[in-house]
Structure formats: C-alpha cells, structure tokens
Design a protein around this ligand. Sequence first.
Ligand code: NDP
Ligand SMILES: O=C(O)C1=N[C@H](C(=O)O)C[C@H](O)C1
Length: 351
Amino acid sequence: MRRSATMDGGNISNPAPLVYIFSALYKSSMRFLLYHLIAAFVLGTHACHAFTPLQQSARRITTLHAMDDDTFIMVNGLPGPMATAAAEACLRKGLKLAPVAMTGPDVEPSTISVFDTVTGKKQDVKLIPSKETEKLQASIAGLKTSGNLLAIDYTHPSAVNSNAQFYVKEKIPFVMGTTGGDRDQLMKDVQGHFCVIAPNMGKQIVAMQAALEDLATKFPGAFDGYKLSVTESHQKTKADTSGTAKAVIESIEKLASDDNFTIEDIKMIRDDDEAVAFGVPPDAIKGHAFHTYTLTSADGSVSFQLQHNVAGRTIYAEGTADAVKFLSKQIHSGEPRVFNMIDVLEKGAME
Ligand SMILES: NC(=O)C1=CN([C@@H]2O[C@H](COP(=O)(O)OP(=O)(O)OC[C@H]3O[C@@H](n4cnc5c(N)ncnc54)[C@H](OP(=O)(O)O)[C@@H]3O)[C@@H](O)[C@H]2O)C=CC1
Ligand SMILES: O=C(O)C1=N[C@H](C(=O)O)C[C@H](O)C1
C-alpha cells in the first residue's frame, strides 16, 4: 500500500502517552494482597494535547544553536509513516530537508510534499527507489559538495544493512532508527563512521533504558531466579519484533538471568482487536508501541512489571531530530564513532 506523506505520520492527534511503572505484588499467607508500588512515573496521559509540546519544541529552536545553513537532511523511507514524522520534526526544529530521498525499491519515482502543521514549513522531496543506486549517487553529489549531508533512516528491516553500507561508502553521517536486519553485521560495517544507531529515539524511553543499565551495573543478578515474560503490541504493518523490546530484554537479563527466555518468547500483538484488549486506544491502532515486561519469582509470590506505552510517533520523531543536531555538532568537533541514544541523552542533546 502506498501512503501519502501526511497519512499515519507524526500528526496523529493522540499525544505520545508514556507510562513507566514498576510495581511489586506481595501475596501474604492470609490471602491478602498488598500492592506495593516501588516507583511510578506517569510521564504522559491520554488527556494531553499533542500540539502543546510540539509548539513548545518549535518555539525552543529559536533559542538553540542553529545548524549550518548548508546542512541538508536526507530522510530515507519516505513516504513511510516514521520517515514522514521524522521529516516533519526536522522542519519543526529548524533543520533543512534534502530535496531527494531514498524510497522503497519498487516505488515509482515521484515527488511528495513534507508539511509541518505546527510551523507551516514545507519541503518538496523527490523520491528515488533504493535500487537505482547511480541515480541516487548523482542526486546527492551536488548536496555533498555544496555543504553537509546527513541521513535519517526509517526504512525496512530488510534494508538496514545495505542502506548502512551505502551511507558508509558515500561518507554520509546517519541516524539509523530502522530496526531489525543483521545487527552484528551492522555494527561491524559502521565502525569509524559518524552515526547514531538506536531502536528507540524517544527521550523518556532512552532514559528508562539508561536507568535499567545502571540498575544492572549496580545490582547484577538482583532478580536471578525470576521468570520473564514480555508482550508487545504494534500496528499490524510492522514487519519485525520490537527492537526496543530486544534491547530492554538485554538489560533485564543482566538483572535476572532467565536462561529459558529467548527472543521468540516475546508475545507479539499485530491484531487490532487484541491490541485494544491490551489497552491500546482505538485511535492509535495505526501507530502505537505498547510494551509490558513481567518478572515473577519462582514461587509466584512476587511479581514486577515495567511498561512503556506510546500512542503515535511524535516522541521518536522529536528524538530523531535531536540526534541529527547532535551528530552535526560531532562532525565539526569530534572523532568519527558510533553513538547510541544514551550517548545523545547523556550529552544533554535531547530537548
Ligand atoms: N528508532 C525508533 O525510535 C523507531 C524505529 N522505528 C522503526 O522504523 C522503521 C520504519 O517504520 P515505519 O515507517 O513504521 O515502517 P513502514 O514499513 O510502514 O514504512 C517503511 C517505508 O520505507 C520504505 N522502504 C522499504 N525499503 C526501503 C529501502 N531499501 N530504502 C528506502 N525506503 C525503503 C517503504 O516502502 P515500501 O512501502 O515500498 O516497502 C516504506 O515507505 C521500522 O524498522 C521501525 O521498527 C519506528 C518507530 C520508532
Ligand atoms: O515499528 C514501530 O512502530 C516501532 N519500532 C521500534 C521498535 O521496533 O522498537 C520502536 C517502537 O517500538 C515503534
């Protein structure tokens, strides 16, 4: 199915609610249940209005260090929903889009308009199928010589490795948000190249991932013996298992080595009715990422749950534009290297 640049993109009227809850359930011999909330940070609710934070973000850019006038961002994966949301966020945050982008291998070449409703900014982008390598090279040659060209990749798991190889070959710094592919090969291929690679660009989710890593470093094996179960729900067009879930599980496994758990044990929901039963708001069916991780003690008397539930795509799009700005600064001042989003967050580069 072909999509227009505005369909299913960043302007879903829902906000990006994120609930980050740790809870502990203790069962006493008197059959009384005592729910002990260890920590609950309610970071967003379904009652918020999407445009308020977006308008704030657009206003904030006026006070931020602007990027070079001759820096262009090539957003690959247009007119897909995540690439569209990221391109709109770039416009909102004062970045300039390259007038060309790589699209699906079988898409007819065409030109689309990216439009940010908050700032009213618009950019036409010519889409070139990824298999037309020479045409792509010719179309970016001018941009590379007249200034800086950076890429954002929100394409398809099957394109992760070949696209990364293309960026390295063409010496294009890039932010890779696309999940899946051969991740070990990806990391080998991009060593010594300026890039940010992460399965999740949402600031608060990245902070949660950093906190889990810290917890695992401070208290390794604190949950040993506990059994892990994971359920994630996404829009039914999603091609792969959640990359975020895979990354979060890596951290959880440092806290609770459940040898029996494999990535295949992640329960994936890709069915609309099941998603609603899992708590997804009906108006977020076409763009959501709900995750629940449960750790249960061997005798079943204690359980912990961690959730991060996102409706829409704005949270990732905003983080992606922040990552591009971060990378652009690194190019001017740092050594080429591979960053993740925790690096970006730790450097204070996420608004
Ligand atoms: N890091 C993060 O924070 C986030 C990551 N993601 C990830 O981003 C990726 C994209 O998500 P989403 O937009 O929902 O996916 P979709 O599959 O809905 O859209 C992907 C788009 O990329 C196009 N495409 C396919 N292959 C290529 C290629 N080789 N080169 C350029 N474009 C290509 C597709 O074209 P066609 O339709 O013709 O195949 C389509 O337009 C997924 O891997 C997802 O997991 C998503 C949200 C947040
Ligand atoms: O495909 C999506 O939508 C998302 N993909 C990323 C992932 O696989 O982790 C991030 C988020 O879950 C949304």
